[in-house]
Design a protein around this ligand. Structure first.
Ligand SMILES: Cc1cc2nc3c(=O)[nH]c(=O)nc-3n(C[C@H](O)[C@H](O)[C@H](O)COP(=O)(O)OP(=O)(O)OC[C@H]3O[C@@H](n4cnc5c(N)ncnc54)[C@H](O)[C@@H]3O)c2cc1C
Length: 475
């Protein structure tokens, strides 16, 4: 008989964290370190949320470990552990291949400056001006300026330059030319500071270390524990949660679950005022993803020089948001994992990722869905033959994920890979103004997405919750 996942759980906590993604785990860790009694309830059988991996025999596939900015080192050192921070290493060979250009870069400001001046013939002062403008953007700026208009202002008519600057960020957080320039500027500047980084030994190792740290700091960690409801009293103050029919009381809640799922499903529309509901209903979910995971035979490795670490590949003649999302995939990001940076793999693994629309997959019949997955795999193999002509002979395993896969494992509405669009940030931040003690952390508003964004948002929210609990205690 399997063990009750809620065995010996307490009746009362200071904080219940719903969901063990990077945002939820970070918030839980900080709050436990500050001395609060924290319960972390995760519905899945493992921690990590979208920061996840899966095994097939001896093969391990990382789902979202393609690259993050250098800021992750500082955040991990300060809010997690030196061991975690010390496991972060740079990816030095980032490649682009599309009908407009093919190049290799270390993806930092120096190298991008060189490329823009020498290769794309942009005047040096324009390049400096652009980098400075992107770096100096902040929340108080004009949020009506879109990414597209920002590029038009600096590089009018230069679709090739826009593609170089925008394509990787679109893959990194789903942002588009129609989003506020601010969301682009902050994420782009984060990457441009010192390049792209990864976690040596993969997601499994990172999440294991984080889980160990959470336990050491006293977090009551419960897997296979979906939170069904958040209870709110008549004074609009959180009272507790229900997990598998069991009521647990708490003074504060941090939901790492999808923002809209938190508002409409966990709390329920009856607890919010009409204006806030309207604001929440206007929040758009971000797009989802498809992926094809390819494991090579252990005795058939690839040389790093052949494909690099990360390859942004596209056959679309120009950069267009719609073509990035289309089921007729023309753009893919390939992550290449080698045994030298991932010794535990003992082989090379390739993950091809594309942005995708949930609706293109959700409506498929029982017969069409597996057929769609087979097409996805077949097209990815054909596309990668351009870089590895004998890839089919080298493979010993291949599998695909669709938006439905992401929805199934994380409960994100519509399988959103990056939470919500920009307007979600204000709604996420406003929850405690409407229900005292209720906070949200997790992918919203593009800036608070991705590994670094999620960790940093967890930090911000943990500090807010700590202040709330201290104030309550003082009353
Ligand atoms: C294909 C793909 C590739 C990506 N690549 C990158 C990349 O290269 N670099 C990068 O920086 N970012 C990348 N990302 C994005 C990044 O992984 C996410 O932004 C980040 O991990 C999200 O963290 P989060 O805190 O928002 O929580 P999430 O990871 O969304 O986790 C939420 C957690 O809440 C749990 N949960 C939900 N509902 C409940 C409930 N009712 N009860 C209990 N638990 C619940 C879920 O199971 C989940 O564990 C990628 C994402 C995808 C999908």
């Amino acid at each position: 008989m399997s063990r009750d996942p809620l065995q010996d759980v307490r009746d009362q906590y200071d904080v219940v964290v719903i969901g063990g993604g990077l945002g939820g785990m970070t918030a839980a860790n900080i709050l436990a370190r500050a001395g609060h009694r924290v319960l972390l309830a995760e519905q899945h059988f493992k921690l990590g949320g979208l920061a996840t991996w899966f095994r097939r025999g001896e093969r391990i596939f990382d789902v979202s470990l393609h690259g993050f900015p250098v800021g992750m080192i500082k955040s991990c050192r300060r809010y997690w552990s030196a061991e975690i921070a010390d496991s972060i290493v740079q990816l030095k060979d980032i490649r682009f291949d599309n009908p407009m250009f093919s190049l290799s870069t270390t993806f930092d400001r120096d190298d991008f400056t060189r490329l823009l001046i020498e290769r794309f013939q942009v005047p040096p002062e324009k390049v400096e001006e652009f980098f400075d403008a992107a770096r100096n953007m902040n929340f108080y700026d004009d949020q009506t300026l879109t990414v597209g208009r920002l590029f038009e202002r600096f590089f009018p008519g230069r679709e090739d330059v826009v593609r170089l600057l925008m394509e990787p960020i679109t893959y990194a957080n789903g942002s588009t030319l129609e989003d506020p320039a601010l969301s682009y500027g902050i994420v782009f500047s984060n990457f441009m500071s010192k390049g792209v980084y990864t976690f040596r030994d993969g997601t499994e190792h990172l999440i294991r270390l984080m889980g160990r740290e959470l336990k050491k700091n006293g977090v009551d960690l419960r897997l296979r524990c979906p939170v069904d409801n958040i209870h709110v009293d008549k004074q609009k103050q959180v009272e507790g949660v229900t997990i598998a029919g069991r009521r647990i009381n708490t003074r504060a809640i941090v939901s790492n679950a999808n923002l809209l799922g938190t508002i409409f499903n966990l709390v329920g529309p009856e607890h919010w005022d009409a204006d806030f509901l309207e604001q929440a209903r206007a929040v758009r979910l971000n797009n989802s993803s498809t992926q094809v995971y390819m494991a090579l035979k252990p005795d058939m490795p690839i040389e790093r020089g052949q494909c690099g670490d990360l390859l942004f590949s596209s056959t679309a003649p120009t950069f267009r948001t719609e073509s990035l999302l289309s089921r007729d995939i023309t753009s893919r990001t390939y992550s290449f994992y080698y045994p030298d940076t991932r010794p535990s793999l003992g082989r090379c693994v390739i993950v091809a990722s594309s942005n995708a629309n949930y609706g293109d997959w959700a409506g498929l019949s029982k017969e069409d869905y597996p057929a769609g997955k087979r097409d996805l795999i077949e097209n990815a193999l054909t596309a990668i033959e351009k870089y590895l002509p004998d890839v089919r002979d080298r493979l010993d395993y291949v599998e695909a994920a669709t938006p439905l896969t992401f929805e199934r494992y994380t409960k994100h509405l519509a399988g959103a890979s990056f939470g919500t669009k920009f307007e979600g940030l204000a709604v996420s931040r406003a929850l405690p103004e409407h229900v005292a003690g209720l906070y949200h952390t997790g992918s919203v508003g593009i800036i608070m997405s991705g590994w670094l964004g999620a960790v940093n948002y967890g930090v911000i929210v943990a500090n807010n919750v700590d202040a709330f609990l201290m104030k309550e205690q003082a009353v």
